[in-house]
Write a protein that binds this ligand. Structure first.
Ligand code: DNO
Length: 346
């Protein structure tokens, strides 16, 4: 079991993470390297050493952000792709074998409420497409948590303009171009790439989003037929579309050896393009977590897993979605389900 840690400035310390039963791996990144620059071996080694000293192991890099020029297919992309390949070599040198990344234009995950109050008094992340319409992008992105980059008004409007030329088809071409060049490097140094589904899995602000459903994952897989070209199976992202049959998808891609990382989070669908996040166990939301885990196990998945986003409970404050307590409960729950599956079949 792994746990995401945002580095030395994360209010959730490694010492605390270590006390969560069963958590042995850390999911992290270098947060101060400008997007597009190569990550150095020394910096990654220092990160891995710090995690080691806390009695844990750096198991996954989430994420090395993909420069917008790569997603836009600009001529400058080759330089950024070379840097990306270099970062993959560096993570491998530091002993990290799984890379979670995404290919979402401009924005990473998006919510319209970072502290929706639930009846039990806890707060959670929520999304409502109607509220999205009232977000004013003319002032830039502000500083939403979890994103690699914040843009000021001018940068953001230039980027949004540039994406007018990039429809879904083009974005797929650009993803293919990127993967054809970086997957061989990943293969060579023993790294498994795991694309994160778009969150939410539909277009926002008129921008194309392509990693959304089963058909998209099939297409991703066929862009480069290599086991190193894989998926982060994120139940919360894929799970807000009712047409995604999560257990079937988990079974299918796990048995093809393409799921390299699992993000487990539950969501309640409140309406058309409207949802909020709930505690991890199946009864609280629309993700049948027990069925997804059973499918992953049936498919032979044995990679790292982490409890994704938690609510803020017991008065905790901090980075929305990434407090200690609810994610720790999630980690324990997920291990319980997994133990049950294993005990039954062994
Ligand atoms: C949200 C996360 C995402 C994820 C990236 C991966 O909490 O799951 O921000 O890290 O999309 O590149």
């Amino acid at each position: 079991m792994t746990f995401r840690w945002f580095g030395e400035r994360d209010p959730v310390t490694l010492e605390r993470v270590r006390q969560i039963p069963g958590v042995t791996g850390i999911v992290s990144a270098l947060y101060d390297v400008p997007v597009g620059d190569a990550w150095s071996r020394e910096r990654l080694q220092r990160l891995a050493d710090a995690v080691d000293r806390a009695g844990l192991r750096l198991a996954v890099i989430e994420s090395i952000p993909v420069h917008e020029d790569i997603k836009l297919g600009r001529p400058t992309r080759d330089r950024f792709i070379d840097n990306y390949a270099e970062s993959i070599r560096s993570m491998s040198a530091a002993g990290v074998a799984v890379l979670c990344y995404n290919f979402m234009p401009v924005f990473d995950w998006m919510r319209t409420d970072l502290a929706m109050r639930l009846p039990d008094g806890s707060t959670t992340l929520a999304y409502d497409d109607r509220a999205l319409a009232s977000i004013d992008l003319s002032r830039g992105t502000g500083d939403l948590p979890g994103w690699a980059t914040a843009y000021d008004a001018r940068e953001l409007s230039a980027l949004l303009d540039a994406y007018r030329q990039v429809d879904e088809g083009r974005l797929w071409e650009h993803l293919g171009y990127f993967l054809e060049r970086v997957v061989p490097v990943a293969v060579e140094c023993g790294v498994r790439m795991a694309i994160h589904p778009d969150d939410p899995p539909w277009s926002i602000f008129g921008l194309p989003r392509i990693i959304t459903d089963c058909t998209a994952l099939e297409r991703l897989k066929s862009l480069v037929e290599s086991p190193a070209n894989g998926i982060t199976f994120c139940t919360g992202s894929l799970g807000v579309r009712r047409d995604n049959d999560l257990p079937a998808m988990a079974r299918r891609f796990a048995s093809m050896g393409r799921i390299h990382f699992a993000h487990c989070r539950n969501v309640r669908i409140d309406g058309e393009r409207r949802f909020h996040e709930v505690p991890h166990p199946s009864p609280f939301g629309d993700v049948n977590m027990a069925a997804v885990l059973a499918a992953l196990r049936d498919g032979g998945f044995d990679g790292p897993m982490r409890p994704d986003h938690g609510r803020m409970i017991w008065g905790e404050t901090g980075r929305p979605g990434y407090g200690l307590h609810d994610r720790a409960l999630g980690a324990t729950y997920l291990q319980g389900v997994w133990e049950g599956l294993t005990a039954r079949s062994d």
